[in-house]
Design a protein around this ligand. Structure first.
Ligand code: PGA
Length: 256
């Protein structure tokens, strides 16, 4: 059985001081979570501080982006080793906001995914179609293509060392969650594509998350589906009680 993942993507929200206040008010059962990989991806400026706040407990940190080179003349960029040195374990790669606004391409997503794995980080690779693509009947083809290109030459040491997030662009920050059965269906399509590069066992062990307007009141429904291994959550991860509720709702249930 795949271990669930609940990752909070804070985007460009919270100073390091705000992050420390969040950490201080996170309930104890979630700080010592045993059944779910509970992850927070704060802005890079809060990673060091949060890493100290969460020292010795179960919450893990993700970066929201990284560069694929190990070092060099890349003003404004951060390498995988720099993240690891702060205790970061995961990195979000190819979020649609980076693809749309910051020139992220399938090629750079692939380079970053390989570099993250080589450095010992677990990439959370984001794929998902726009509303226009969905309305044109292209959703499956788009996510298959993005997944295929992201995973060219990618070889995690174990299947749990790769996470994919299906985030339909039209559902991000809009309050319009994708219907859970449709999310599960398309995530099955993604899992089939993962099998092409990682083999059936690799695909079976790869965690695939749903992202896009996940809230405590729709999380339980999403988690009932076999292909949905957790959530990548923006807005609803900013409040400690809401984040805690999402982690609790991601715990395995006997039904699944
Ligand atoms: P949202 O964002 O939960 O605020 O829709 C999700 C994401 O962009 O990862």
């Amino acid at each position: 059985m795949r271990r669930p993942v609940l990752a909070g993507n804070w985007k460009m929200h919270k100073t390091a001081s705000d992050a420390a206040a969040f950490a201080a008010s996170l309930p104890e059962d979630v700080r010592s979570e045993r059944q779910v990989d509970a992850i927070i991806a704060p802005p890079a400026t809060a990673l060091d501080h949060l890493s100290r706040c969460f020292e010795g407990n179960a919450i893990r940190l993700a970066a929201q982006n990284m560069h694929w080179e190990a070092k060099g003349a890349f003003t404004g960029e951060i390498s995988a080793d720099m993240l690891k040195d702060l205790g970061v374990r995961y990195v979000i790669i190819g979020h649609s906001e980076r693809r749309e606004m910051f020139g992220e391409t399938d090629a750079s997503v692939n380079l970053k995914t390989k570099a993250a794995i080589a450095a010992g980080l677990i990439p959370i690779v984001c794929v998902g179609e726009t509303l226009a693509q969905r309305e044109a009947g292209q959703a499956d083809a788009i996510v298959v293509r993005q997944t295929n290109l992201a995973l060219q030459g990618v070889k995690p040491k174990e299947p749990a060392g790769l996470i994919i997030a299906y985030e339909p662009v039209w559902a991000i920050g809009t309050g319009k969650v994708c219907a859970a059965d449709e999310a599960d269906r398309i995530m099955g399509v993604i899992r089939d594509e993962v099998a092409r590069s990682q083999g059936p066992a690799g695909a079976d062990g790869t965690r695939i998350l749903y992202g896009g307007s996940v809230k405590p009141d729709n999380m339980a429904d999403l988690m009932r589906y076999p292909n949905i291994d957790g959530g990548l959550v923006g807005g609803a991860s900013l409040d400690p009680d809401s984040f805690a509720a999402l982690v609790r709702l991601s715990r395995p249930t006997p039904a699944k």
